[in-house]
Design a protein around this ligand. Sequence first.
Ligand code: PEP
Ligand code: MG
Length: 763
Amino acid sequence: MTTNTPIPRDPRRLLSRMRQLMAVQENAQERLDHLTDLIAEEAGWDVSSIYLERRSGALELCATHGLKESSVHKVRLKPDEGLVGLVARQARPLAVSDAQAHPAFALKPETGEETFKTFVGVPILRGGRLVGVLTAQSSDDRDILEEEIETLQTVAMVLAEIVASGDVIEPEELSDLGVRQSKPERFQGGAYSGGVAMGVAVLFEPHVGSEHLIAEDVDAEEKRLETAIEAMRASVDDMLESGRVPFGGPTRDVLQAYRMFANDQGWLERLREAVKLGLTADAAVERVRNENRARLMKAPDPIFRERLHDLEDLANRLLRHLEGETALVTDLPDNAILIARNIGPAELLDFDRDKIRGIALEEGSASSHATIVAKAMGIPLVGRLEGALDSLEEGDSVILDGEFGLLHIRPADDVVETYEERILALSKRQQAYAELKGPTVSRDGHRISLQLNAGLLIEMTQLDETGADAVGLFRTEFQFMVADNLPRLDEQAQVYKSVLDAAGDKPVIFRTLDLGGDKVAPFAPSTIEPNPALGWRAIRMGLDRPGLLRYQLRALIQASAGQTLSVMFPMISTPWEMRAAREMFERELETAERRGKAMPSKVRIGLMLETPGMAWAVEHVLDAVDFVAVGANDLMQYFYAADRQNSRVSDRYDVLSPPALSLFKQIRDACAKHDVPVSVCGEIAAKPLEAAVLVGLGYERLSMSGNNIGPIKKLISGLEVNTLGTWLAARLDSPADSLRPLLLEAGRDAGLPIEAVDNRQRV
Ligand code: PEP
Ligand code: MG
């Protein structure tokens, strides 16, 4: 038997003709027919056929040049049938010069293929999933060049986009593994920002549209790719070397591995090859990403799947470099649920708030910056939804439940109905809360001040919407975390002035920069620390390198000319730190006055109490402060030695334990004794039962995010504070791990409307 050597053809010509074809207006079937003709003609094959996968898993012949016309849409192969089935199963190209001798060969006489010997099949992949198989056959048995397979793979990529348009086969007819999955799925993750949203999935992962797949100028595309690779490498190096990576240990190792992949010659060569064939640089990245995904997703070893994550991340990074940073946020539907592996706070702020209904992340954590920004924007966010991206397609309908940490993908009708009812109930309740505008007074007459935690200008509208009495905590570091360069004094002052203007005559407490730990500003001094939560952060940084803090104090003074300026310092752990911070502030005030600047009409200086040590020493510093704010998030993290960022330990202990409550009581009593106002501004103040207990312990000021103010106001209005206080006082010495069960049980007797504590409904 003779084996013929094929004549190499120019794949770019095929692609160039394909580009012309794509520009012609025609329906998807006509397009597939023309494509099979083109492949056969330009690549020198007797047969070219397209098989697409149906929901049943069968591979249906949908277009052909060279096989019998009558078999189109009639011939269906079982998932493991024949050479086509083998290509589908392995999601890898297959080339055989004597097809009929291959053990997997299965003859379909109705196609008339018995006369063809050489067979090449390549998978049609989209988003790493199999959509179908593209085959080429010839009647002679001949060698198959590597380039020929490459060319078919490139064509297959364009095909995947055409099929995804949904015109060839009804979307619901396609396989579950195909372009559009249809089974409902439900993922359980972490509930990080509350609320419920229904909408359509928008994948925060660059995707190259079919109109940009084929290069017009191959040389120019090669240059674009090289420039983007360089920029990507530089950004990865920068991430590692600038010391900006906020975590030490394993994260750094992972990033080192990540850098290694960024320089992986195999990966880069495959990208370059794809561009040489005539794809745009973007399409080349997408094609290689799809192939890696299809290959590595089948790998049983989790290490390979990890590698896939890194490669995908790099591919996305590279695509963003190719597209330019601004290409992230175009054409959002009005009810977008953003789905991503992770997202940064700055990226989130780039999106149009009116269109984003929710955010679902495969990673993320309760106190990540994205979470903080999402909360600030009032957008539900669910994190740790491992594997969700693999189950989703752009445009899938989804429900995001930020109360219970659930993501429903393609939900069934009954789930949709239940959520519609819940959303209605939630909005009714929200409306009822909005109407509770007046002062918050308990059933037995205690006036409680409910205040707002904010960090972004956009949150200030909540002051009126919720009827909050003040801004009890304005976190100034957000402006710094999302900026590339240190905001200039005027820029800082402008933000503070806008905050004060937005607050009108309601007081605002500015907290000075709380950087360090997990809060990283790209330009701030930072070091890799073994234990960032116990490290050089907040006021420690402010006192050791005073430049930044002084600058901020000047901006605050400038912004509050003629108004009251309330400033508090975070993470004060000893009295001398408070005194040093106060001195620094007073020096700045003196300097401003000496220079004839317009001065604040009144200045109030506060201590943020966030460490147990300071709780014991608080009485020794009250002469130096005008008010105290208990930062309960940090206070409890240090009290229990449980990292608030680490979900393994962060919920391990209950703040309603007698020792923790005794600590809160002691702080409040010390402040009351010296007549210094004290508030609580951590998450604890925003939870109904916890907030009630704080009020029972004697706290009269609670500061929380806006969406919690209504429910807490309602709860307190029904509360008998004196009865609860007596009940608690008798139990602060209790040996119980937590008073929670007892509190819930005794709720009615203590005057607590317990039904308001947790009346949500899980779906
Ligand atoms: C706290 O620690 O309770 C607090 C309010 O500050 P942050 O959450 O910003 O650390
Ligand atoms: Mg804190």
